[in-house]
Design a protein around this ligand. Structure first.
Ligand SMILES: Nc1ncnc2c1ncn2[C@@H]1O[C@H](COP(=O)(O)OP(=O)(O)OP(=O)(O)O)[C@@H](O)[C@H]1O
Ligand SMILES: [Mg+2]
Length: 217
């Protein structure tokens, strides 16, 4: 067991992940913990390059298995280069998206199969799963409506998918949440930012790892 605490954040587009991760980062730092905040795909040089290939709007010919492999490759490099060293040093790592995104998007919504995508990801992560995953549950219509109001946001290849695709992502996440009940906390993300944040803080405070890290001070 690594000394640090690996937390991931999941949910569809516009669920409020980035907004709340900002706040979680502040909260944990105020609690005196050493925090590394990162995101997938990306977070380090090689993975950011893979991200550009995946999300490029001109890459309309991208095969879905190629896409799944690229995500897994970016995940692997990011894990060994950034996440694991931080966990070994006893830090809290908060990662915006991880393995569950691949299962929901590539496995379920793109119809490769959740088990097939899980198998390439098991190869990539070698058993290093998060100890806590915060899933931001929001109706896809609400998420997409939030994003459409945000003019500064970069538009990527996935944003161009139709509403039906995002509905399938939501169904995919429902399956994933059933597979990993013990590590995934479901957050009602249709509430105001303040209410969403409060739910998240309650989950964090109640988590054994948080208590352990606080005791070690
Ligand atoms: N609870 C909320 N209520 C209303 N608006 C919100 C809420 N949370 C976030 N927003 C707004 O919705 C937009 C999307 O939020 P945010 O970027 O945090 O979502 P995200 O889950 O990170 O999306 P993406 O998947 O695109 O990264 C932003 O403009 C943000 O200010
Ligand atoms: Mg975001």
């Amino acid at each position: 067991m690594l000394k640090g605490w690996f937390i991931t954040v999941e949910g569809g587009e516009g669920a409020g992940k980035t907004t709340i991760v900002d706040k979680i980062e502040h909260f944990l730092k105020d609690e005196g913990l050493d925090v590394v905040r990162t995101r997938e795909p990306g977070g380090i040089k090689i993975a950011e390059k893979i991200r550009e290939v995946i999300l490029d709007v001109t890459h309309t010919e991208m095969d879905e298995r190629t896409e799944a492999l690229l995500y897994a490759a970016a995940r692997r490099q990011h894990l060994v280069e950034k996440v694991l060293p931080a966990l070994e040093a006893g830090k809290v790592v908060i990662c915006d998206r991880f393995i569950d995104s691949s299962l929901a998007y590539q496995g379920y919504a793109r119809e490769i199969g959740v088990d097939e995508v899980l198998s390439i990801n098991e190869f990539a992560v070698e058993g290093h799963l998060p100890e806590l995953t915060l899933f931001f549950k929001v109706d896809p219509e609400v998420g997409l409506e939030r994003i459409s109001r945000d003019k500064n946001r970069e538009v990527n290849r996935l944003d161009k998918e139709k509403l039906d695709f995002h509905k399938k992502v939501k169904e995919g996440y429902d399956k994933v949440n059933e597979m990993y009940r013990s590590r995934i906390a479901i957050i009602d993300a249709e509430q105001t930012v303040e209410h969403v944040y409060q739910q998240v803080i309650d989950v964090i405070r109640e988590h054994d790892k948080f208590k352990t890290l606080k005791e070690m001070g």
